[in-house]
Design a protein around this ligand. Structure first.
Ligand SMILES: Cc1cc2nc3c(=O)[nH]c(=O)nc-3n(C[C@H](O)[C@H](O)[C@H](O)COP(=O)(O)OP(=O)(O)OC[C@H]3O[C@@H](n4cnc5c(N)ncnc54)[C@H](O)[C@@H]3O)c2cc1C
Length: 480
């Protein structure tokens, strides 16, 4: 997935940078021998889409885009880069929202840089229906893995609106959450095994369908959330889940955020399983409706909660009863899952928001404890309103995980730091995290101290130095 509208954003005007650093020509010759001539792109137009992130906020420069097909090719590409001191930016579907998937702008470093794209690494193995797992190459998309699982009556435990482009390597590297997180856990909890190429080109392979296997450090877990700074993931062995036999999707317009939180608690108390729970606001729903999606309920409300519920018995009646007993419900609509039209109203938010801002959206993906959610939501909704740095906030999120996506539209680029700090001030005061599921990337490097203490950060740097002593993998991501 590239930036929403390459014609509108000036992503095609990426500066390829000054004369390439000395020595890159020899490295490129070697890389062409490994992956083939056509899979080393150096033409600025051909590279442009790989150098701009989905939000349009981050644009970088590279000497080439290299597209290996196999683990062996990745290994040889990385070994060649290590030999010649070429830095590597790893890229999957380029749907990341924190600028980690694109290289830095030309930064004066004398070291050359390539984008290593997994776009050709799309193989998915046979589903093990007994062990409930499947192996996929890093570039296989979430949607393709779920389709493959579905053909065996199973499902992929990770789902997100970017499913058509986000990849196995990307969701593991960012430790993505997504809409099924409340039920299935994050990407880390879906990994049984992993294969990755280390910074010297050697291949680390932990590939076993054993669910119990405690021999030393949990390296697959370490790579989950490492944002391409420790290794290039080449294949992942994912656990699969049994989808619920019956589920109902309801969207309720509610008066207050508290009503949505209470609804989730009441659903669990009633013995229903919450498969997904999303919160939206009238501002977001109206924007999405302007972009062609139907409004979920007839009567509007200041807030909307989407819940997908499963269980035994008559789920639809149980859900209707639940909604009837919940305070603050103004109007509601129910459909049997998958209820794609109802989901489209929620999933259309990111795209509609991106298209509606006069400047690249400042996207801050945060989490707070559930008990603090109503207060934090109210405070965050006021950022940019009657403020020194006015902008338009639109909030939505995975309410069951305390995860709010704060989108600030029309922020003059010179004020992006100030509005970010306003948001993070509210988040930390409420005991939350500055990154719920998108990672740190380049966007939040300056604020990692708000989420981890000095010893913690130093330990992470020690791990980075041990695995990538020359800092060749994803320079500027996570550590700056
Ligand atoms: C419409 C939309 C909805 C979204 N919804 C969600 C959501 O609900 N939950 C959520 O968590 N995220 C969401 N995202 C963000 C994004 O889709 C996720 O972060 C996703 O995991 C990124 O996958 P990708 O393949 O696009 O990775 P990229 O964007 O290409 O890369 C992301 C990071 O992973 C690294 N990386 C990628 N592949 C590899 C690899 N093979 N080895 C090592 N490092 C690698 C990159 O270097 C970068 O640091 C959404 C994005 C969009 C556009």
């Amino acid at each position: 997935m590239r930036s929403p509208d390459p014609e509108d954003s000036d992503s095609r005007r990426v500066d390829p940078g000054p004369t390439p650093p000395a020595g890159i020509d020899d490295a490129l010759t070697a890389l062409r021998q490994i992956v083939g001539e056509t899979n080393v792109l150096t033409d600025p137009d051909a590279m442009a889409g790989f150098l701009t992130d989905w939000t349009g906020r981050y644009r970088g420069a590279a000497d080439a885009v290299v597209r290996p097909r196999t683990t062996d090719e990745v290994s040889r590409v990385v070994a060649e880069c290590a030999r010649s001191g070429v830095r590597i930016c790893v890229q999957g579907g380029n749907t990341g929202l924190v600028g980690g998937s694109v290289p830095p702008a030309r930064d004066g470093s004398t070291n050359a840089l390539i984008v290593l794209s997994t776009v050709r690494m799309t193989d998915i193995g046979d589903v093990d229906t007994v062990g409930r797992c499947v192996g996929a190459q890093a570039g296989a998309t979430v949607g393709a893995i779920d389709d493959r699982a579905g053909r065996s009556g199973l499902a992929f435990g990770i789902d997100l609106a970017s499913r058509a482009s986000a990849t196995a390597g990307g969701v593991v590297s960012t430790n993505a959450g997504g809409t099924r997180m409340i039920r299935r856990g994050n990407a880390r909890s879906q990994i049984l095994g992993i294969e990755a190429v280390l910074a010297d080109g050697s291949v680390l392979r932990r590939w076993t369908s054993l669910v119990k296997d405690n021999v030393g450090y949990d390296l697959p877990s370490l790579l989950a959330g490492s944002e391409g700074t420790l290794a290039v993931i080449t294949r992942v062995l994912f656990t699969l889940v049994a989808p619920p036999a019956v589920a109902t999707v309801a969207v309720a317009a509610v008066e207050r955020v508290e009503n949505a939180v209470e609804l989730l608690g009441a659903a669990s108390s009633a013995g229903l399983t919450v498969e997904a729970a999303e919160l939206m606001t009238e501002a977001g729903v109206a924007l999405v409706a302007d972009h062609g999606h139907r409004r979920p309920t007839t009567a509007p409300g200041p807030f909307y909660v989407l819940v997908e519920l499963s269980g035994t018995g008559d789920i639809e009646s149980a859900t209707t009863e639940l909604l009837g007993a919940t305070d603050g419900v103004i109007d509601a609509v129910l459909e049997p899952a998958p209820a794609r039209a109802l989901w489209a109203g929620r999933e259309g938010h990111t795209e509609a928001i991106a298209r509606s801002s006069s400047t690249p959206v400042v996207k801050l993906d945060i989490s707070v404890p559930i008990r603090a959610l109503p207060e934090a939501f109210a405070e965050l909704s006021r950022v940019g309103v009657d403020d020194r740095f006015p902008c338009r906030p639109i909030l939505f999120g995975h309410i069951g995980d305390g995860n709010i996506h704060v989108n600030l539209l029309d922020v003059p680029p010179e004020h992006a730091t100030e509005v970010t700090e306003s948001v993070f001030g509210i988040v930390t005061a409420n005991g939350g995290s500055i990154s719920a599921e998108h990672g740190i990337g380049r966007a939040k490097v300056a604020w990692t101290h708000l989420g981890r203490d000095a010893t913690d950060l130093a330990t992470m740097r020690t791990i980075k130095a041990a695995l990538d002593p020359r800092g060749l993998l994803n320079p500027g991501v996570l550590f700056g």
